[in-house]
Design a protein around this ligand. Sequence first.
Ligand SMILES: Nc1ncnc2c1ncn2[C@@H]1O[C@H](COP(=O)(O)OP(=O)(O)O)[C@@H](O)[C@H]1O
Ligand SMILES: [Mg+2]
Length: 491
Amino acid sequence: MIPTEAKAPRAKFQQGKDYYLGNNPWFKKNPTRGIQLLTESATEGYDEAQFLLASILHQQHQYASAAAWYEKAAQQEHPEAQYILGLFYEKGYGVAVNNQLALNYYKKAAKQQHPDAQYKTAYFYEKGIGCKAGPDFMHAYRYYQDACAHTPLAYLGLSILYRDGLGVARDWELASFYYDIAKEQLKDHNNGSETVSRLKEAEPALVTLPTIKVNEVYYNKNAAPDGEGSYSIVYSGILKSQSKSVAVKLFKSDGNDYQCKERFENEINIMVKLQSPHIIRIYAVCPQPRLIIMERAARSLFNALYCTGIQMSWIQKLDLALEICYGLTHLHSHNPIILHRDLKSANVLLDENNHAKICDFGESHLGDPIVHSRVGTITHTAPELLQKNNPLQSEASDVYAFAVVLSEIATEDQPFENMALSDIVPYVLREGRPQFKPNSTIPKTPVAFYDLVVAAWRQKIEDRSPLKQIRSGLEHQKYVLTVLKKGSATA
Ligand SMILES: Nc1ncnc2c1ncn2[C@@H]1O[C@H](COP(=O)(O)OP(=O)(O)O)[C@@H](O)[C@H]1O
Ligand SMILES: [Mg+2]
């Protein structure tokens, strides 16, 4: 039967498709006629025609026209069109890159159970891409769960959320369970570079790090330790396999074993993500007894300032300030952000060449700003965290602690040295700060440095200098000092 000329949009779409593909004996291949009919149907509002037309244009690399037709189909809730339009906005095909719109379209398709869109939505939420308020791990979790029946990449997402405790309670066992499923399912695929780097990103800490037995490291518990904190004792030691001199942090498991395990795993999980010359490097872990084997430093900044009597020049002090600033910047620029939460001179170490390295990540936190759960060290705790109504802890509280460390470096006095602990809280809430006058220190503190500290420990978060600004301030001071020194040497 010779087909009659189609009139209704749906029939035009069918005939257009048949002409375009040369589908059956009645419709000899006639792409021009096909496109004509599809365009008519699409213009009359038939979403399948809009979608097919868009796909044809897409294949022909006519991205702008393809985007326009995908957009029309997407507005009619065509899930595949919504997903592809998301991709267009993400990659900038035929439209300007716009992550917010990309996320919007992914979300729409995801709500219609489009598995790739569910995965993309989850990933965008995890990384905070296109999200005004930053990452949203709870939503990421939900969408990964929806997507994991269809894509192994979603298992990797779940594995990362469990490993890092993002939007869920941290659970290393579940994390490696999901990681193993994903790895197994991906093993026969010819994986693209994005998948390969995602697999690397999701590696559980204990896969990346050598796990050793206690007899693979030498340390002497009867010798004087390198240092001791509230939760651990740190000994010098030797990692036998590499004959390497290391520091061995032994966790005290007295009292609450669950809390000790949490701190231990948290510290490993964070250290393994950090690679900076100004952050102590982790080498290996031992689960029983709980040991972290790490790069060994000569002393803590606390010891250098208060116990050794070593005199430091101003330029040395400025260098220290800058290096700690670089270490802290490395933490804060991690995605998701890492907050140290216990920055103080005892948690900054110096190597033999007096280079500063931040240590002690037991209190650190990865991810969203959190409701302050406990005070790190009262002398370095920002006023917003001392108030009763539990505020969110953010990078500004690390900046405050950093400012106190800067004052320690300049004054060589312990903050609030002569004050009873119970008096410090009300004092800081009334805007009291550690004693610091530029002229009273040896060597003399330049006023520019003093001003920078004062701006970094302001009472209100919104008045406090951002870390970036402190960094450029310190860099400027170093530049001026170096130029002056050179100038006076050549004069
Ligand atoms: N890698 C290291 N090299 C040398 N000394 C260290 C090292 N790590 C820690 N220390 C010393 O041990 C002390 C306690 O370590 P820290 O990691 O702060 O433990 P805690 O979590 O118990 O506070 C530090 O203040 C420092 O004096
Ligand atoms: Mg400590």
